[in-house]
Write a protein that binds this ligand. Structure first.
Ligand code: NAD
Length: 423
């Protein structure tokens, strides 16, 4: 173990801290060679670009942008672009690693990437943001493209930003290339159902888990932390499917009603008031208490590190569906496993978003338009297949779903590397 441990830490230029910690628990069991470990722990390509943009007040400011392509053995790199003042290259690298794993977990032919610009978008005008986006794309244009690396929305970037990316890239290449970016508006080749594909993908998996746990579907009580894109859509879809959503929360706190919340009314209230507070159909509950409330399914859909060693012992849910990225610490993951609580890890639970992106990519490559039904049928199959693959390993090896998912992803990436002759 010591040898491999040293190996994985061997290079100060190794930019991926997360892959070091995540792989540590797994490499022994998979008996990875030094070369395999190197391939999995170092990003393939790392770009940092500096570019000037003249702002509307006439001053010129230098901006920094990053892009990390972690692994592209299974297909073009794929991952979001975020605008954030605190964006750091090592974190971008961690996120690119997770994208590589996520794409391999759901078995879609993409590698993993992530990127972004160090900027606070709230300090710029819309026109300035467009100039920054276009300048960033000019700086990395040679390294992205429909068969190289395909960006998507992430923190503080949306479909408007994706259109600027597409337009700038097409101007540079002097041809149409709609498959070079996903998260586009439907009118420019975006996929129907993208707004809720992350939540619905997670719910498809949850329905399989509910069957496995022998919970009566008509009595499943769900608590959801976070009421943004992912949390709100999850609450709405679950409510429409007859689940009893007992609690929801946003950054200011939550509401609970053990008889079930009327989610249509909750959404109307949130739209009108901008907060869940003051909703009359339930009692208020803190974010902290929501996590340990009486329910069958807990869905963290907000921030990372919400379930830790302190509250893992108090969780009452039988299933935890990680729609947020990394909401459960590694320690808590083990504690939940010991208590026979099924934790469906983020790399599977929230992969519906990137699966939707994959469909958008196919649609754009083939100049086609899929109808919503087509998207949903294929999304369901991809998510359920992935759940079954992982659950089979879990049962055979009596391990956490996270470990099973990582093992499957790692094996798939290494198989591609071997077939290419890289190992
Ligand atoms: P969002 O910004 O739309 O919503 C975040 C929500 O979390 C908001 O309702 C906010 O009020 C709430 N929140 C913030 N702090 C909170 C706290 N302490 N307690 C409870 N709620 C709190 O973001 P989103 O797109 O819904 O993403 C949510 C999570 O899902 C993130 O971890 C994101 O990385 C992950 N994710 C999102 C997608 C996607 O398609 N949007 C895909 C994969 C993963």
């Amino acid at each position: 173990m010591a040898k491999n441990h040293e190996r994985i830490h061997h290079d100060e230029k190794n930019l991926c801290n997360l892959c070091v910690t995540e792989l540590e628990g797994i490499y022994e069991e998979l008996e990875l060679t030094d070369a395999e470990l190197d391939i999995l722990s170092v990003p393939r390509r790392v770009f940092t670009v500096h570019f000037p943009v003249t702002l509307t007040n006439g001053t010129t400011r230098m901006f920094i942008g990053h892009r990390v392509q972690f692994n592209d053995s299974r297909g073009p790199s794929k991952g979001g672009i975020r605008f954030h003042p605190e964006l750091k290259l090592d974190h971008v690298s961690d996120l690119a690693f997770l994208m590589a794993l996520k794409c391999a977990v759901v078995n879609i032919p993409f590698g993993g990437a992530k990127g972004g610009v160090v900027v606070n978008p709230k300090e710029l005008t819309r026109d300035e943001l467009e100039l920054v986006t276009r300048a960033y794309i000019r700086a990395i244009a040679d390294f992205i493209g429909p068969f190289k690396d395909i960006p998507a929305p992430d923190v503080y970037t949306d479909e408007k930003v994706m259109v600027w990316i597409l337009d700038e890239y097409e101007h540079l290449k002097r041809e149409h290339a709609p498959a070079m970016v996903t998260g586009k508006p439907v009118e420019l080749g975006g996929i129907k159902a993208r707004q809720y594909s992350t939540s619905l993908g997670g719910i498809y998996v949850l329905e399989e888990a509910v069957k496995e746990k022998n919970i009566d579907k008509s009595h499943v009580r769900v608590a959801i932390q976070g009421f943004g894109n992912v949390g709100e859509n999850a609450a709405r879809i679950l409510y429409e499917r007859g689940y009893i959503v007992v609690a929801v929360s946003d950054s200011k706190g939550g509401v609970i009603n053990q008889e079930g919340l009327d989610i249509r009314e909750v959404i109307v209230h949130k739209r009108k008031e901008g907060t869940l507070q003051g909703f009359m159909g339930g009692q208020s509950i803190s974010n902290k208490d929501l996590l340990t409330c009486d329910c069958d399914v807990l869905i963290p859909a907000a921030l990372s590190d919400q379930i830790d060693r302190n509250n893992a012992k108090l969780i009452k849910a039988k299933i935890v569906l990680e729609l947020a990225n990394a909401p459960t610490t590694s320690e808590a993951n083990i504690l939940l496993f010991e208590r026979s609580i099924m934790l469906i890890p983020d790399v599977l639970a929230n992969a519906g978003g990137v699966v939707g992106s994959y469909f958008e990519w196919i649609q754009s490559l083939s100049n086609d338009y899929w109808d919503e039904e087509q998207v949903l049928v294929r999304l369901k199959k991809v998510m359920i297949d992935a759940f079954n693959d992982i659950y089979t390993v879990c049962r055979e090896e009596s391990c956490t779903m996270k470990k099973a998912a990582y093992k499957i992803a790692i094996k798939r990436i290494l198989t591609a590397e071997k077939l290419r002759g890289n190992l």
